[in-house]
Design a protein around this ligand. Structure first.
Ligand code: 5AD
Length: 353
């Protein structure tokens, strides 16, 4: 037997590996080996979630951002972008449309927009919670104080997505300006966890200067943190950023990492991300077959979608759009999966968390 198979089995059975073992999984590009990894991962996801795929309606509430992350198209220093922020009523309108389509989770994502302060965000979350008590509210609004996270939780938000971007501090400082800190980022994730949020972390695959060792560090970090949600997607360049000339991340490595993460945590909620679907027309389908179990179609008002440009060519139509839910259902049905009309909670029992 290919010795790599034993490592796959160890990850499948014990959900933990050493740095060296993760490295050997990542370095093994043998086709049969990669197929085996992917099949085991899909089996693990089926074992917990069956053939159901969870959907989340993504509402991009503001593309104003005070930060200047070197990779991101909505960085403050990008002048070639029409800035917008949605009002509470516009957001509620998106939720109404989403509810009718069958969404039971709304993800409010945005840049760090000082005008959408705690009071505004709290009121908006509370209004959604009041009108849609059977829906889960997920926030993806980056770094805030523990007090702010608490306020938003009390207003009705239950989940929070905050990718750690990279665990390695040297790498972190090559991706972000000096005012941003990896310690603060990880501290935010700790606060979110301890406040009882279902928490999401993750990183970009193939971000500039990322080494294989960095990816191994990210895996070990996630193995320790055990977040309920894990979001990874390939880095995609944006021409109005300092990283305009860097190559895009690898689709094959992203798929492999989805499989590794699935075997590391069979119960995790792992999306087939928009960036994966942007780089590869079959990205969503391949992501699911590699072990992902979540898709996040875009519910942002169509006129604004083009302005929420984290990277170039971001897909926001067809099955990536909330209106394209029928298309998504067909795409998933073709590979034997169906969309669940439910909040789509993580199946990990609180006790084992
Ligand atoms: N390519 C791919 N992903 C990106 N993100 C930001 N910019 C890019 C890019 N150029 C990701 C980051 C962030 C998430 C919302 O989008 O990981 O956390």
């Amino acid at each position: 037997m290919n010795p790599g198979y034993q490592i796959i089995e160890r990850l499948r059975d014990f959900h933990k590996l050493s740095a060296q073992e993760y490295r050997s999984l990542l370095e093994n590009d043998d086709r049969d080996f990669c197929d085996r990894l992917s099949k085991e991962a899909r089996k693990a996801a089926d074992g917990v979630y069956g053939h159901e795929i969870f959907v989340r309606g993504l509402i991009e509430i503001s593309n104003f951002c005070r930060n200047n992350c070197f990779y991101c198209g909505i960085r403050a220093a990008n002048p070639s972008l029409e800035r917008y922020r949605l009002s509470k009523d516009e957001i509620l309108g998106c939720c109404r449309k989403g509810y009718t389509l069958g969404f039971r989770t709304f993800v409010l994502q945005g840049g760090e927009d000082p005008r959408q302060d705690d009071e505004w965000t709290e009121n908006t979350v509370a209004a959604i919670h009041k009108e849609f008590p059977d829906c889960a509210i997920t926030l993806s609004l980056a770094e805030k104080s523990p007090e702010s996270y608490l306020r938003l939780k009390e207003a009705g938000a239950e989940r929070y997505l905050l990718r750690h971007e990279t665990f390695n501090s040297g790498h972190y400082s090559r991706l972000h300006p000096s005012g941003m800190s990896r310690e603060r980022r990880l501290g935010c994730l700790e606060s979110l966890k301890s406040l009882g949020y279902q928490t999401g972390a993750g990183f970009m695959v193939g971000s500039p200067y990322q080494t294989l060792d960095n990816v191994v560090e990210d895996l070990l970090y996630l193995q320790e943190l055990r977040p309920e949600m894990i979001g990874i997607g390939p880095f995609i360049h944006h021409s109005s950023t300092p990283f305009a000339d860097f190559p895009d991340g690898s689709v094959a490595l992203t798929l492999k990492l989805i499989s590794i993460l699935r075997l590391m945590d069979p119960e995790a909620l792992i999306p087939a991300t928009t960036s994966l679907a942007t780089l590869e027309p079959e990205g969503r389908r391949k992501g699911i077959l590699a072990g992902a179990n979540v898709v996040m179609p875009n519910l942002t008002p169509a006129a604004r979608r083009g302005d929420y440009a984290l990277y170039e060519g971001k897909a926001a139509s067809g099955a990536e759009a909330a209106e394209g839910l029928e298309e998504l259902k067909k795409e998933l049905a073709a590979i034997g999966y169906r969309v669940a009309v439910s909040r789509g909670d993580c199946k990990r029992s609180k006790a084992s968390n």
